[in-house]
Design a protein around this ligand. Structure first.
Ligand code: TRP
Length: 346
């Protein structure tokens, strides 16, 4: 048997990702665009998946809501197929090394470099630049710490996070160059366009938990009825033929993408099946498919949420496993940074 310790050259490559618990529930786009990839990566990678609660406090929020959303997030990741016997599933704040490494990385991050992060610019424009928190500004540095503390090789994220992973790579290289080889330089694993799900009411912008109205968002906590209704009310395109054309028919393309993702059937196959039928037929059929999906997903989530002690146990085991990897990384970072090693016996 190979040892799985860091010293072992035979360790499996590592994948790492997180999804913010900033809404009452994750949505179908998170599941199709992200979590299914996370689940698939468990086969080949030693995976670390976590709920970034430290990131969630960088905008105005409600503490009690955050606590509940963190549990829901954990249950939904498990319901998605994240397997705690294979992967470390944990809450970011349970592993203090993230915040500790973020502070050190802050010392090698340029103010100008951080100022160029487009997500910060977008988010701070929303609240008004002066109202944005310092935490929101340093958010990408914490994200870099999330990744580097585990020596992650692959980071599955959406296109919107590419710049943050690029920053992470720069910080890793800079630190390695200045203080000696310490970090693995990670690679982003960007989810393919085909798995990208758009808002049902605005099929040119991506399905997002922060949308004001959830009429175009299938939440993973929706009932079958709610989901089917949202699909039926989806905005469709002019014309009446059902074909896959992202530019001309973004609404129908989105419905076909969802159909294909949830059933595993080929888009071409679906187009052939619905040939000559009306948009309404597609919506009714898809409404049923998605309704069944959210129903069983919801059942599984509720079952997990009903046993908080078991959820706590899973998250504690995940944090323990995470710290086994994070603590030695932080120790070597501190050593290279020139910090005196505290001596318990001094
Ligand atoms: N910023 C990511 C998002 O909003 C969430 C996140 C935090 C993350 N830390 C991470 C993703 C580390 C990947 C790796 O989607």
């Amino acid at each position: 048997m190979h040892s799985m310790s860091d010293a072992s050259p035979a360790r499996r490559p590592r994948a790492l990702s997180g999804a913010q618990p900033t809404a009452d529930s994750y949505h179908l786009g998170n599941y199709i665009g992200a979590f299914r990839q996370w689940v698939a990566l468990q086969e080949e990678f030693e995976a670390f998946y976590f709920i970034p609660d430290l990131h969630a406090i960088t905008v105005e929020y409600d503490p009690e809501l955050l606590r509940e959303r963190t549990y829901v997030a954990a249950a939904q990741l498990l319901a998605s197929g994240v397997d705690p016997s294979r992967s470390a599933l944990f809450v970011q704040s349970h592993v203090p090394e993230h915040a500790q490494l973020a502070w050190v990385l802050g010392g090698v991050t340029g103010f100008g470099e951080a100022s160029r992060m487009t997500q910060f610019k977008d988010k701070s424009a929303k609240s008004g630049h002066d109202a944005a928190s310092v935490g929101l500004f340093t958010y990408p540095v914490l994200m870099a710490a999330d990744i580097l503390i585990y020596q992650a090789d692959k980071v599955p994220v959406g296109e919107d996070q590419r710049q943050h992973v690029e920053l992470t790579r720069n910080l890793a290289q800079r630190f390695n160059h200045r203080f000696g080889p310490t970090f693995t330089v990670p690679e982003a694993h960007i989810v393919k366009q085909v798995a990208k799900i758009y808002d049902l009411q605005d099929p040119t912008s991506k399905m997002s938990g922060s949308s004001v109205s959830h009429a175009g968002v299938i939440d993973l906590t929706d009932t079958a009825k709610q989901a089917a209704k949202k699909i039926r009310s989806a905005v469709t395109d002019s014309g009446s033929d059902i074909r896959f054309d992202r530019a001309e028919k973004p609404g129908i393309a989105n419905l076909l993408t969802i159909f294909s993702a949830v059933t595993g059937r080929d888009v071409d196959d679906l187009v052939a099946e619905f040939e000559g039928q009306q948009y309404g037929h597609l919506k009714v059929a898809l409404g049923e498919v998605v309704g069944d999906f959210v129903q069983s997903f919801g059942d599984r989530t509720r079952e997990l949420l009903d046993d908080r002690a078991e959820l706590d146990r899973i998250l504690a085991a995940g944090a323990t496993r995470a710290r086994e990897v994070a603590a030695p990384t932080l120790a070597s970072v501190y050593e290279r940074s020139g910090f005196v090693v505290p001596r318990a016996d001094a």
